[in-house]
Write a protein that binds this ligand. Structure first.
Ligand code: AMP
Length: 590
């Protein structure tokens, strides 16, 4: 497949403001893409070269890309730099310089006949760039990239540069691609769910595209969990009180401590190899050599996939430390020294694969029993504290105990529930401290725009436009302007942090009535506290069902949630539920 065919589609996707049109374009693309490259094409569409768990660093940042552009188009680096200052996007810089070179060539009547680039060739060259290391690696990487750019058409150059820098700016999410694949190969967009389920078990959009294109529905139905391929993690709903929890998950129910650390899914191979994946499916094994060692011992002789929360603790008192301590450890480079300074432990709560058997459909209670019978706990590895009860009072005491022990609250789990990969269902319910002690709870929202600052904030953003995720329509709907809670340092960092997601038109999946000064693709998630949820005529969250939108009153920035993607943000439905229960509480109080 010629890369120029793909580049044309990428241009069309970049221009469209309609999600349905986006799906139609993608369907057309998939139907004409040869199966040998459909995996690569599906990844590129989502702005990636590799799935998260196989992510490779190309070792080329902005600086080296500028050098490659300068080499490819035979212009001084200073020209590239000043054009970049003007255009703010190196992709467009490459496009512009490529056009100029072509104009020059034609005015000198030089016929430059280049073989058109193919998708396969582009991808292989980028693989090569990623794999080069050792002496002279940088020069070789630059030369390879410059080689590609010098043969590219202007719009091809733009997309290659954006791909290298991982800034595709298309706003196409995996779920959009899955919907288009269902339409193209299973006959209707409605079959997306089938693909989604397979994708949650094998979260590589390229692999799913290839299987559905070559083997159809049958191939998809055969996809099973595999050691080394992280499964999308099961997530929890929230509840406002314990009685509500019992109504949702039945009586009796299991209650576990909700630890405040980092979720980890750990794959253990027979030969003792251990791989740790984050909630975002990134391979984070290298950050936790102590957990690797502990898990290896705890599961010796087994093949398994277990899940738990990694938490920092105080070696003197054995008390749990707050989440920020764990983050401090993650930021440091000298892992060996930090292991002693900030020791961690994993509290296991699930077992989803054991010795060749996937356990996704095994009831939770049975999985927990198997977990306890298989794992031999040690200093680094233990089980999440839990009780099984049908008594509200007992559950409440357990909640207070969890808070006293340094946890965030509790997690209720339905006893006979399967492990629903990637689903935020009603089988796991979180009940956090915030509900108990404050009227309001924090929510996680996505940045979709910014308003320029004035006075002290001149030169940076004064407020961000924040949105919740509407799962039903796969769109982001605004709920507030967020201007307080930021430190001066946070404020200074905002423009640079958001720069990679900047776009010059309303992204297809964002629904906003307010027009911000700068728009962003939904990518960055922040935790936000607020006084209450109110009705609002200017925000779009839940508007089609309620008549008016929902908004947060007095929102305050708490922290960035780097561990969450835009689709993990609080949903419009969740906000609506919070809105309803807040009203109920007010009526009771009055
Ligand atoms: P939240 O991040 O607020 O949506 O809460 C869900 C997260 O709680 C999970 O992704 C885990 O990282 C964490 N967690 C802590 N303890 C448990 C537990 N016992 N069971 C499941 N998740 C837990």
């Amino acid at each position: 497949m010629k890369f120029r065919e793909l580049a044309k589609i990428l241009d069309a996707l970049e221009r469209t403001s309609s999600r349905l049109q986006m799906i139609a374009i993608l369907k057309g693309l998939f139907l004409k893409t040869p199966p040998e490259v459909i995996d690569k094409v599906a990844l590129i569409i989502t702005g990636k070269l590799y799935p998260e768990f196989r992510e490779k660093d190309l070792g080329i940042g902005e600086k080296l890309t500028m050098r490659a552009i300068s080499e490819a188009y035979n212009v001084p680096l200073s020209v590239v730099e000043s054009l970049y200052k003007k255009l703010g996007d190196l992709g467009r810089v490459a496009e512009e310089l490529c056009k100029r070179r072509k104009r020059q060539a034609s005015s000198f009547i030089i016929d430059v006949i280049e073989e058109p680039l193919t998708v396969d060739e582009v991808r292989k060259t980028l693989d090569k760039i990623a794999d080069i290391s050792g002496e002279g690696a940088i020069e070789k990487k630059i030369r390879l990239l410059a080689g590609l750019l010098s043969r590219a058409e202007p719009n091809e150059a733009k997309h290659i540069v954006r791909l290298v820098l991982r800034r595709m700016r298309l706003g196409v999410a995996e779920s959009t691609v899955l919907e288009a694949l269902a339409d193209a190969f299973l006959g209707a967009r409605e079959y997306k769910e089938l693909l989604e389920r397979a994708y949650y078990v094998y979260p590589d959009i390229g692999y799913i595209a290839k299987v559905v294109a070559t083997e159809g529905r049958e191939g998809i139905m055969k996809i099973r969990p595999q050691l080394g391929i992280p499964i999308k993690m099961m997530l929890a709903h929230r509840a406002q009180d314990l009685k509500e929890i019992f109504l949702k998950v039945g009586r009796p129910a299991a209650f576990e401590y909700k630890y405040d650390g980092e979720r980890a899914q750990i794959h253990v191979f027979k030969d003792g190899t251990v791989k740790i994946f984050s909630r975002h499916l990134e391979d984070i094994t290298a950050q936790y050599p102590d957990i690797v060692e502990g898990i290896r011992k705890a599961l010796e002789g087994h093949e398994a996939i277990v899940e738990g929360e990694i938490v920092a603790y105080d070696p003197d008192t054995d008390e749990l430390r707050p989440f920020q301590e764990l983050m401090r450890r993650k930021r440091k480079y000298e892992i060996e020294r930090v292991i002693e300074e900030i020791p961690v432990r994993i509290y296991l709560f699930d077992l989803i694969y054991l010795d060749g058997e996937p356990l996704l459909d095994t009831p939770y209670n049975k999985r927990r029993e198997l977990l306890e019978n298989t794992v031999k706990p040690n200093e680094r590895v233990t089980f999440a504290e839990r009780i099984v009860t049908d008594d509200v009072k007992e559950a409440e005491n357990f909640f207070h105990k969890s808070i006293a022990d340094g946890c965030e609250g509790i997690m209720a789990k339905k006893l006979d529930s399967p492990y629903q990969a990637g689903v935020r269902g009603r089988l796991w319910i979180k009940y956090k401290r915030d509900y108990h002690y404050e009227l309001s709870d924090t929510v996680d929202l996505v940045v979709v725009g910014a308003f320029m600052g004035r006075g002290r904030r001149a030169g940076t953003y004064g407020a961000l436009l924040m949105a919740a995720y509407d799962k039903e329509t796969d769109t982001f709907k605004t709920v507030c302007k967020l201007g307080s809670g930021f430190t001066d340092e946070d404020l200074q960092k905002l423009p640079k942090m958001l720069e990679p997601y900047k776009v010059d038109h309303k992204p297809a999946r964002v629904e906003s009535e307010l027009v911000p000064d700068v728009r962003f693709l939904p990518a960055v998630v922040a935790e936000v506290a607020a006084a209450e949820i109110t009705r609002s005529p200017i925000h779009t969250c839940y508007r089609e069902k309620l008549g008016t939108g929902l908004a947060l009153r007095f929102p305050r920035f708490v922290r960035r949630r780097e561990d969450k993607g835009p689709e993990d943000a609080t949903t419009c439905e969740e906000l609506y539920q919070m809105f309803l229960s807040q009203r109920k509480k007010k009526i009771i109080e009055s």
